[in-house]
Write a protein that binds this ligand. Structure first.
Ligand code: FAD
Length: 499
């Protein structure tokens, strides 16, 4: 089994250890084979993949069971890999950095522990999905509104810990976490801070602990919301478009996280795609404008009307730009809201994945390139050109997206390929490495990375001889010197591990 450059060889778990895990958690909570187990491999790598392959999957049902597994791992020196729902698709799913790691998955710890509508707060376990919380809030008619990512089947906590984004007012999911309960490598666990420095950030995008509960801030259900798009037809429109979005976000006129997606305008003769993965097919999924913004406005009817009027006035400075918004009552659910508006309406769904599979087939696969960029049209054009040039060189296709924050943008670019063809999977990974290098040249780095590229992503933070990575290593050494918890996640290894 392959190892890696840090001296962490892939592990093979002794049969006796698997038996001990069964005795601790019950037979049904230990998966070693079959379809249920296969779900925890990288969904876009073939069954013959040798790297980043889980050894066993365990699914504890309580914090005490998590602690017992961590203690056993400490005693016997085997590695764990934490996964909440394990649907971090595009970044490896539940695939561990070190092959053979025991995936500690939280799908059975899925209790909603508290809903406080007055304070706008819920407390949940890591197995709670966006869909589950939404269904519960609706069933109980709780006047809170969710922010959801483009797919609703993931874990709220898993997504937030990986700095995931939704698009509503609380779209910065990591920022919406409030208080974590964490199991440390020694098997003890701590509650949220409150006096002294906050430690919560140490457990986001890290491998210093296992989050077993979290508080989450939510927004009150608004009186109305207006959802829709801005469409700009010309390449150069991106410059004033981003200037306008940034200003209106900073002024508080726009809310949430508007998303821009570019639709390439080349004719089909220039199509770089291969097999079913062609630009022509991709365009059937994308909107027609050169630049398309998805956005939502939320609040009392008068405020939404005022926000809309200010947006329309600002947009009139871009000739030909079109604004289309549909207004719904705050109580509107999936029956009233058009499916294309579900995401900004906070309704978890699978529409995007279903469409992509419908167009490209069941073996649709993707790797995601998501550097943090300056919030400017120039940066958007540079990104768009780089992604398209690299994709073309490798016979790949992919949309170029950008999540617009007040002072930065997060790119959301999928390189799409046929996951059933190992050569195309390899091409995507090579293309992604080239894109990381390109971003490094801009002084930018990905904010999330596929497990196979985590070291490369952290390597981009090279200031002062990689002081950031070395500091993470010192923290890892202090929290988990034996590297039991998710070694290599986000490029973090104990200080002594070879780099
Ligand atoms: C078509 C498509 C669209 C997508 N759109 C979006 C989008 O709009 N926004 C977005 O953010 N993502 C998006 N994604 C990426 C991804 O699918 C989601 O972010 C998904 O929610 C992540 O999976 P998960 O919630 O099951 O997290 P997991 O896979 O469980 O975990 C994610 C990461 O957090 C760590 N982790 C998980 N649980 C814990 C824990 N309890 N303690 C410590 N560490 C933990 C894991 O080790 C892993 O590194 C999209 C993917 C696809 C395929």
């Amino acid at each position: 089994m392959p190892g890696n450059g840090h001296g962490y060889a892939g592990q093979i778990l002794p049969t006796e250890t698997v038996e001990q895990l069964r005795r601790l958690l019950g037979n049904e909570a230990v998966l070693c084979e079959g379809a249920a187990f296969a779900e925890f491999r990288d969904p876009f790598e073939g069954p013959d993949a040798q790297d980043h392959v889980p050894g066993v999957v365990v699914q504890p049902a309580s914090v005490e069971e998590v602690q017992a597994v961590v203690r056993l791992a400490g005693e016997q020196g085997f590695h764990l890999w934490t996964s909440s729902m394990g649907r971090n698709y595009g970044y490896g799913g539940s695939a561990p950095v070190v092959s053979g790691a025991v995936v500690l998955n939280f799908r059975r710890m899925n209790r909603i522990l508290e809903i406080d509508a007055r304070q706008g707060h819920v407390q949940i376990e890591p197995g709670v999905s966006f869909r589950q919380l939404y269904d519960t809030l609706r069933a109980q008619d709780v006047p809170l509104m969710m922010s959801v990512p483009d797919l609703g089947w993931g874990s709220i906590i898993g997504n937030a810990l990986d700095h995931g984004y939704g698009y509503g007012v609380m779209g910065d999911h990591a920022g919406a976490l409030c208080g974590l309960e964490v199991v440390l490598a020694v098997g003890s666990h701590a509650g949220p801070g409150g006096f002294g420095p906050s430690l919560d950030e140490l457990f986001k995008q890290s491998n210093l602990g296992i989050v077993t509960k979290a508080g989450l801030w939510m927004m009150p259900r608004p009186e109305v919301f207006a959802i829709g798009t801005i469409q700009c037809m010309k390449e150069a429109d991106i410059i004033p478009l981003i200037d306008m979005l940034r200003s209106l976000l900073q002024e508080g006129v726009l809310q949430g996280i508007p998303m821009i997606v570019g639709t390439p305008q080349e004719d089909e003769a220039a199509d770089p795609g291969q097999g079913a993965f062609t630009l022509a097919k991709l365009k059937t999924v994308l909107r027609p404008g050169r630049w398309n913004v998805r956005l939502g406005l939320y609040g009392p009817a008068e405020m939404v009307a005022a926000r809309r009027a200010i947006l329309a006035r600002a947009l009139s400075a871009i000739p030909g730009a079109e604004l289309e918004l549909r207004t719904y009552p705050g109580t509107a659910g999936p029956e009233e809201v058009e499916p294309r508006d579900y995401i900004s309406a906070g309704i978890p769904n699978q529409v995007l994945l279903d469409r992509l599979k419908g167009v490209f087939g069941q073996s649709f696969g993707h790797m995601d390139f998501s550097p943090v960029l300056p919030c400017s049209g120039e940066a958007a054009l540079r990104l768009d050109r780089a992604v398209r040039a690299v994709a073309e060189r490798h016979g790949l296709i992919g949309p170029v997206g950008m999540l617009v924050n007040q002072r930065s943008m997060v790119a959301a670019c999928m390189l799409m390929f046929d996951a059933a063809d190992p050569a195309r999977v390899a091409a995507a990974r090579t293309a992604m490495q080239a894109l990381y290098e390109q971003a490094r040249g801009w002084g930018c780095a990905p904010y999330r990375a596929h497990v196979a590229l985590a070291d490369q992503a952290l390597g981009a933070f090279s200031f002062n001889n990689h002081a950031l990575g070395r500091t993470y290593g010192r923290l890892k050494q202090a929290f988990d010197p034996a590297g039991i918890l998710s070694p290599g996640n986000h490029g973090i290894w104990p200080e002594g591990a070879r780099g």
